[in-house]
Design a protein around this ligand. Structure first.
Ligand SMILES: [Zn+2]
Length: 172
């Protein structure tokens, strides 16, 4: 490669990596800036909200990524919103604070999903891009849906058993 050509290629490489870096930084920094401002501006978010989780909450529009429930819809006795680790913290502790691995979820979906690993053991090999994230959410959503049906059946049989037991007790 000639000296001139090398100079041109090197210049191109430098400018492309610079602009990509800048683009990536600005998006993340913007989200972080909003999260910090929100935490400072609202007593609700100032306490107990990890700044990474708050960024995920803003990114996903404050809705459970699994069932779509709006997490700030109403005030209830229990804390509706929780931070879920898309790839479980117990299996991937290194991803515990990664914003891309954090998603807002409702208590019910969070409990149903539990330790399900949508990456099937490949969590440390994959890069969680937006497309990958969507895919992991879709798989988890399906698992949660099936589990809700399964637990619903168990609940219904428990309810019937309880009624039978009460009826029998009353016969004595
Ligand atoms: Zn949900």
């Amino acid at each position: 490669m000639s000296r001139e050509l090398f100079g041109i290629v090197w210049g191109m490489l430098l400018s492309s990596s610079r602009s990509e870096g800048k683009l990536l930084m600005s998006r993340q920094e913007e989200l972080r800036g909003i999260a910090i401002a929100l935490r400072r501006g609202s007593p609700y978010f100032s306490d107990g909200w990890n700044i990474n989780m708050l960024q995920a909450f803003i990114r996903d529009d404050g809705c459970c990524v699994y069932c779509g429930k709006e997490l700030l819809k109403k005030f209830g006795p229990s804390f509706e919103a929780c931070g879920d680790h898309l790839l479980p913290k117990s299996l991937y502790p290194d991803l515990a604070e990664n914003v891309d691995n954090l998603v807002p979820a409702c208590i019910e979906c969070n409990r149903m999903k539990h330790n399900y690993d949508a990456s099937e053991g490949k969590g440390m090999e994959i890069v969680i891009t937006e497309r990958v994230r969507r895919g992991l959410i879709r798989k988890s959503r399906e698992v949660i849906r099936r589990k809700k049906i399964e637990e619903g059946r168990v609940f219904q049989s428990g309810k019937a058993a309880f009624r039978r037991a009460v009826a029998q007790y009353r016969q004595y």
